[in-house]
Design a protein around this ligand. Structure first.
Ligand SMILES: Cc1cc2nc3c(=O)[nH]c(=O)nc-3n(C[C@H](O)[C@H](O)[C@H](O)COP(=O)(O)OP(=O)(O)OC[C@H]3O[C@@H](n4cnc5c(N)ncnc54)[C@H](O)[C@@H]3O)c2cc1C
Length: 303
């Protein structure tokens, strides 16, 4: 018996050893390299990463808005550079909204400050600690301070966290500090952390900063001799039960991925899985129940 294997259909999108970034007359500066990705027709892909890592540059390169530094991009098996503008437009749609602030969202529409709006069957609200778009969300802002030191390679090799960190992090009312230090590849040390309620400003609170650093020095006396080069503050989005809100709301077009408090970066891969599965209305490999916004009274989260 013989079997004839049909050739596999070409990937909807295929990149090989792609490098994206910027060229000057003399050099090429890659922000993202060795991107080899194959996306099947109908497959949904979530591109996730910290600010400045090259996500938008990659999207612009895939959409032929800027040239690749090296490597290849194919759409449906055809090199992107050889598609006519018409053929490209039939295969590709990109909406970059990075400089558009949203003023309203829900009921199938997202409105921007510049007066424009887009319609969408499903909207994912993931605006961090900024809850102005849905003020009724049961989220409180918790301010935090971080300090970064000069370069001291070898002083700390791994992250150290005070055992009482979780306990102090779970206090819902009082201001608190707990020791947490993370070494960076540069040899710099990131020292934290503080938690404050009711302070929406970005200003540094020197009393809190002092007690945060005293706490850190209690655990690592050698920190006293090191120089800090920058201190900054940010706000964490806290829910009453300390779990994020991920999933549908009473508005069938509006979904949430909010309320990650101090673990949004750590939890991002799992949160993305839950959010995509909620948007596609499919069962997730992660139990979605503990994170469903419906555990909070629905009237509290109407747009
Ligand atoms: C001091 C401090 C230390 C932390 N340390 C850690 C840590 O060690 N590990 C960890 O995992 N997490 C840490 N976190 C928490 C982490 O930073 C957050 O949980 C995480 O960033 C939340 O991600 P997010 O996507 O929900 O929100 P964000 O990262 O805040 O993203 C929300 C995005 O929405 C945009 N946005 C908001 N409103 C609008 C609007 N109206 N229109 C358009 N865009 C809008 C914002 O510009 C932003 O880009 C820390 C936070 C702080 C403050």
């Amino acid at each position: 018996m013989s079997a004839v294997l049909a050739p596999a259909p070409p990937a909807a999108l295929q990149t090989r050893e792609l490098a994206v970034g910027y060229r000057t007359r003399r050099q090429r500066r890659a922000v993202l390299e060795r991107v080899t990705v194959s996306v099947a027709p109908g497959e949904l892909v979530c591109l996730l990463g910290p600010n400045g890592i090259g996500k938008s540059t990659l999207i612009r390169t895939l959409a032929r808005m800027q040239p690749a530094l090296w490597g290849s991009v194919e759409l449906g098996g055809i090199p992107i550079g050889s598609l006519s503008i018409g053929a490209l437009a039939r295969r590709l749609g990109v909406v970059l909204l990075s400089d558009h602030e949203v003023v309203r969202c829900g009921k199938g529409r997202v409105q921007f400050t510049n007066g424009t709006s887009i319609e969408a069957e499903r909207i994912l609200l993931a605006s961090g600690a900024s809850i102005d778009l849905l003020p009724s969300l049961p989220i409180q802002k918790r301010k935090g301070h971080l300090l970064i030191t000069d370069r001291y390679p070898g002083v700390v090799s791994h992250q150290l966290v005070e055992l009482g960190y979780l306990k102090s992090a779970h206090k819902l009312t009082a201001d608190s500090v707990a020791f947490n230090i993370q070494p960076r590849l540069t040899g710099q040390l990131l020292v934290g952390s503080s938690r404050q309620y009711g302070d929406e400003s970005r200003e540094i609170n020197h009393a809190i900063l002092r007690s945060m650093l005293e706490r850190a020095i209690e655990y690592m006396p050698c920190l006293k001799a090191l120089s800090g080069i920058r201190v900054w503050t940010g706000h964490r989005a806290a829910t009453a039960d300390k779990l994020p809100l991920i999933g549908p709301t009473a508005d069938p077009t509006l979904f949430l991925a909010m309320g990650f408090e101090g673990l949004g970066i750590t939890n991002a891969p799992g949160a993305a899985v839950l959010a995509v599965d909620a948007l596609l209305n499919r069962t997730s490999v992660i139990d979605a129940a503990p994170y469903l916004p419906s555990r909070i009274q629905q009237e509290a989260i109407h747009a």
